[in-house]
Ligand binder design. Structure first.
Ligand SMILES: [Zn+2]
Length: 522
C-alpha cells in the first residue's frame, strides 16, 4: 500500500510538474494550428468563389488596389461582360478632371421601374481605399451570383443598386485625405446647423457638387452607405451638435438608423463582436456621440435627399495591406448584401394610386406624402413614374399617413416585423368629395412593372373598404371605419402638422449658431 501510494504521489507530482512546463508551447502550437486552419478555410472559400462562373473576376478585384485608370477599365469590362445588368455612367469630374463613375446594377439598368434605388460610395477620403475594392468586388459578385444566390437575385431584380467606387480619385492618386484642392469632402456638404435650407453655397468642391446633383437627380435613393477606414463601426446621423460638444444627438429617425446600422454591423463578420471594444453598442455609433463633424455627406443625404445614409468604417487600418483584401471582402460581403435589402424592403413600402377618370383602371399618384406619425419632419414621397414609395423603419408598430392636396388623406396602423420581411402596403387615394379610397392589395404589375414578392393578381385587384390596419392586426380598423376614416385622419393629420410646425419653430429659434471649423480624427 505504502509503495503504491508513493508511486501515485510521484505520478501526480510528475503530472503537475509536466503540465506547466509544456503548457505554453502546447497552447501556442494550438493557436498556430487554428490560425493555419482559418487561413486554409479562407483560401478554400476564395477557391470556391473563383470556381463559380465569374468568380475569377471577384478574385481579380480583390488582388490589389487598382490605379484610377485601371479601375475605370475594370468597370468598363464589368459593364461589357455583365451586359443587361450593369451600366456605367460618369456623373461628374474631380478637381483635376478625373471622371467620377457610378455603376448601376439592375436587371433593367437605365430604365425607370417601380423599384427603389440604393447606393454605396467609396473613396470619399483619398487615403482610405477599401471602398474602391469592395464596390468593384460587389459588382462582380452580383454579376456572378444573381442566378444562384437569393440575395443577389433580389438585389438585381428588385432594386437599382448604384456603386460609386471612388468619389475622390485625385486624393487616392496623391494618397491624401482631401481632394486636389486639399479639401475634406466629408466636411464640404451644406450643414443643417449652418442653414436649415442646406442649399449649396456654390463654393463646394466639384466632387461634392457632382455628388449632390447626381444624388438628387437619380434614384430617388432610399438609402446609402459611404465607405471609410480608421475604425470598425457603422455610424449614423446626426453627425453634428449645435454647441460642438461630443454627445448623442438623435435625429428624427434614430430608431430606424440604429436598426440599419445594426443590420450592417451584425451581418459583418467581426464588427458587432465583443472584442470591438471601442464600439460596445454592437459595432454601431451615433456620429456626434463619437465626435461631432459638420458638413458631412451623411447628414446632407438624410435631410436633402431623404436618403438614409450610414458612414461605414471598415478597417482599423487606414490603408489595409493588399494581402488582407480577400478577408476584408469575406468580412463585409453578407453585410453589403443585407443592408440594401433591409433599407428598401424591411420597413414600409408599396404604392399610392388612384382610379383613372375613366373608371376602375388604376394609375399612380406621384408626390404623395407618406408620413410616419412621430417622425412627421421626415416624410417620403411616392415616386414619379409608378407611385411607389419606400420608408425604412425599425421593427415596431406605426401609424402611416398618406396625403396629397386634392385627395382624401388615409391613415393605416401597421406592424413592421422583426424578421426583416417589411410591411408592404398599397394605398388608393380618392379625390376630395369622391368615394372609394382605401388600402388595396394588388401587384405593381398592373402598372407595367414587377415588384418582388407581390402576387400577380393586379388586374383583378379590388379596393378594400378603408381600415386602420390589416385584418387580424390589433388596433386595425377599430376606431375609424367607412368613408369617414379619411376625414377623421385628415383632421388628426392637420393637428399633428400644426404641432410639428410649432415644435420646429421653437427648435430653429434655439439653433441660431454659427458653423465652426473642427478638428477630428477621421
Ligand atoms: Zn474617411
Amino acid at each position: 500500500m505504502g509503495s503504491r501510494a508513493s508511486a501515485l504521489a510521484l505520478l501526480l507530482g510528475a503530472l503537475l510538474f509536466a503540465v506547466p512546463a509544456s503548457g505554453l508551447p502546447a497552447q501556442s502550437a494550438v493557436l498556430k494550428r487554428n490560425r493555419a486552419k482559418r487561413k486554409r478555410a479562407g483560401e478554400q472559400r476564395l477557391l470556391n468563389e473563383t470556381q463559380r462562373p465569374g468568380g475569377n473576376h471577384v478574385a481579380a478585384a480583390l488582388q490589389r488596389y487598382l490605379s484610377n485608370s485601371e479601375l475605370a477599365a475594370a468597370l468598363k469590362d464589368l459593364e461589357k461582360r455583365c451586359k443587361g445588368m450593369a451600366r456605367l455612367v460618369q456623373f461628374g469630374s474631380s478637381a483635376k478632371g478625373s471622371p467620377l463613375w457610378a455603376l448601376e446594377i439592375s436587371d433593367h439598368p437605365g430604365v425607370a421601374e417601380a423599384e427603389p434605388a440604393v447606393k454605396y460610395v467609396g473613396g470619399v477620403h483619398g487615403d482610405e481605399p477599401t471602398g474602391r475594392v469592395l464596390t468593384l468586388a460587389l459588382g462582380e459578385w452580383l454579376c456572378a451570383n444573381f442566378k444562384t444566390d437569393a440575395r443577389a437575385k433580389r438585389i438585381v431584380t428588385s432594386m437599382h443598386l448604384w456603386l460609386v467606387p471612388a468619389m475622390n480619385p485625385d486624393g487616392f492618386e496623391a494618397h491624401t485625405r482631401g481632394n486636389a484642392e486639399g479639401k475634406d469632402l466629408n466636411r464640404d456638404f451644406p450643414d443643417r446647423l449652418a442653414s436649415k435650407e442646406m442649399e449649396p453655397s456654390g463654393g463646394e468642391q466639384p466632387e461634392t457638387a457632382a455628388m449632390m446633383e447626381w444624388t438628387l437627380g437619380s434614384g430617388p435613393f432610399v438609402a446609402s452607405a459611404s465607405m471609410h477606414e480608421g475604425a470598425l463601426v457603422a455610424n449614423y446621423p446626426w453627425d453634428g451638435t449645435n454647441d460642438e460638444s461630443t454627445r448623442y444627438e438623435a435625429c428624427p429617425d434614430d430608431a430606424a438608423f440604429k436598426h440599419l446600422a445594426s443590420v450592417y454591423a451584425s451581418n459583418h463578420q467581426t464588427m458587432a463582436l465583443a472584442n470591438n471594444t471601442e464600439f460596445p453598442n454592437g459595432g454601431t455609433t451615433n456620429g456626434a456621440a463619437w465626435y461631432p463633424i459638420y458638413g458631412s455627406m451623411q447628414d446632407w443625404n438624410y435631410v436633402k435627399a431623404r436618403c438614409m445614409e450610414l458612414t461605414l468604417e471598415l478597417s482599423p487600418s487606414k490603408w489595409p495591406a493588399e494581402k488582407g483584401l480577400v478577408q476584408l471582402w469575406e468580412n463585409n460581403r453578407d453585410a453589403l448584401l443585407a443592408f440594401p435589402l433591409a433599407a428598401a424592403f424591411g420597413g414600409v413600402w408599396g404604392s399610392v394610386q388612384e382610379h383613372s377618370s375613366k373608371g376602375q383602371e388604376l394609375r399612380p399618384i406621384a408626390g404623395a406624402n407618406v408620413t410616419v406619425v412621430g417622425i412627421e419632419d421626415m416624410p417620403v414621397f411616392s415616386q414619379d413614374a409608378f407611385g411607389d414609395y419606400y420608408r425604412p423603419l425599425a421593427p415596431g408598430r406605426y401609424t402611416v399617413v398618406v396625403s396629397k392636396e386634392g385627395y382624401q388623406t388615409l391613415a393605416a396602423n401597421l406592424t413592421v416585423p422583426a424578421d426583416g420581411s417589411g410591411a408592404q402596403r398599397h394605398f388608393l387615394l380618392a379625390a376630395e368629395g369622391a368615394e372609394g379610397g382605401g388600402e388595396i392589395t394588388h401587384s405593381l404589375r398592373s402598372l407595367g412593372k414587377t415588384a418582388e414578392g407581390v402576387a400577380p393578381d393586379g388586374a383583378a385587384a379590388a379596393a378594400l373598404p378603408w381600415h386602420g390596419g390589416r385584418k387580424g392586426e390589433p388596433g386595425g380598423g377599430a376606431e375609424d371605419g367607412g368613408g369617414e376614416g379619411g376625414t377623421r385622419s385628415r383632421d388628426r393629420w392637420l393637428m399633428l402638422a400644426t404641432g410639428g410646425v410649432c415644435v420646429y419653430g421653437l427648435w430653429s429659434t434655439h439653433l441660431r449658431l454659427q458653423r465652426r471649423s473642427h478638428t477630428r480624427r477621421l
